[in-house]
Design a binder for this molecule. Structure first.
Ligand code: 6CM
Length: 247
């Protein structure tokens, strides 16, 4: 049944063996571990993080940063979502089948390699932002369970000779993204759609890879990141409605 198929494709509770023998494994493991750890570290006391968007339980912070004159502002967002689990959140973020349904900056997505049930390599092109050139990205994506009802997806740029950078119309950008989610429900109760809450920490650092006007880029981020997080979390709630909770 459809139900069984969905359950099977949820992120596995343990690392897939096919991933641990892949040439990217060491890097994927190291960066994922670092990113997940950093994602749950607070921003409150840290110097330099500025709140730039706030709506309901969602808060978005950025740190202004430039590398060789290019805006590389690290972004960190926190959110709380009711009625869906961390595992479900990460399933919809990782699985390419759903990506066009929530990802609004996307123009094309190609699966470059299916490493395992929990790791893939993607090539994506993004919508062009005037007056800059169009951007593309090539990145691995890995979903994993961490401790105590915690799941996370980490995306990080990589290289592949079949997808060389800066040869066509696109400038290659570099990205490190982590969506880390932790579910909670009242002590002594059985988790259900009615009592589960998932805390989300989303971190993103994008290097545009070539010239892009700083003001335009910052304005785009300010508009697009809140739009993405609201749309994505709403999408997952909608998809999960009426389905059994998968913890
Ligand atoms: O994390 C997000 N999406 C993931 C799946 O697509 C993945 C994407 C990473 C790429 C993020 C690139 C953002 C830049 C998009 C704007 C176009 C760049 C043009 C620059 C030149 C002026 O991790 C959600 C990403 C939400 C982004 C707002």
């Amino acid at each position: 049944s459809v139900h069984t198929r969905d359950q099977v494709e949820l992120p596995p509770p343990a690392i897939d063996n096919r991933l641990t023998v892949h040439s990217l494994w060491q890097e994927i493991d190291r960066i994922s571990t670092e990113q997940i750890q950093a994602a749950f570290e607070g921003v409150g006391g840290e110097i330099g993080w500025q709140l730039f968007a706030e709506e309901g339980d969602m808060r978005m912070y950025r740190r202004e940063m430039e590398v060789d004159g290019m805006v590389t502002d690290p972004l960190k967002a926190m959110h709380k979502v009711r009625g869906v689990s961390a595992r479900e959140m990460c399933h919809y973020f990782f699985n390419p089948r759903y990506r066009y349904e929530w990802e609004t900056t996307l123009e094309t997505m190609t699966i470059v390699e299916e490493i395992s049930s929990d790791a893939m390599v993607f090539h994506q092109t993004f919508k062009r932002i005037w007056p800059a050139s169009q951007r593309d990205a090539l990145f691995w994506s890995h979903v994993r369970a961490a401790d105590g009802h915690t799941y996370a997806v980490t995306n990080h740029s990589t290289v592949n000779s079949d997808y060389p950078a800066n040869t066509g119309a696109c400038i290659r950008l570099f990205v490190t993204v982590c969506l880390a989610c932790r579910s909670e429900y009242p002590r002594g109760q059985t988790p259900s759609r009615d009592n589960v809450t998932t805390s989300i920490a989303y971190c993103s650092t994008v290097n545009p890879g070539g010239w892009a006007p700083a003001g335009v880029l910052r304005a785009v981020y300010k508009r697009e990141y809140p739009k993405f997080l609201k749309r994505f979390t709403g999408y997952v709630q909608e998809q999960c409605r009426g389905k059994p909770l998968a913890m």
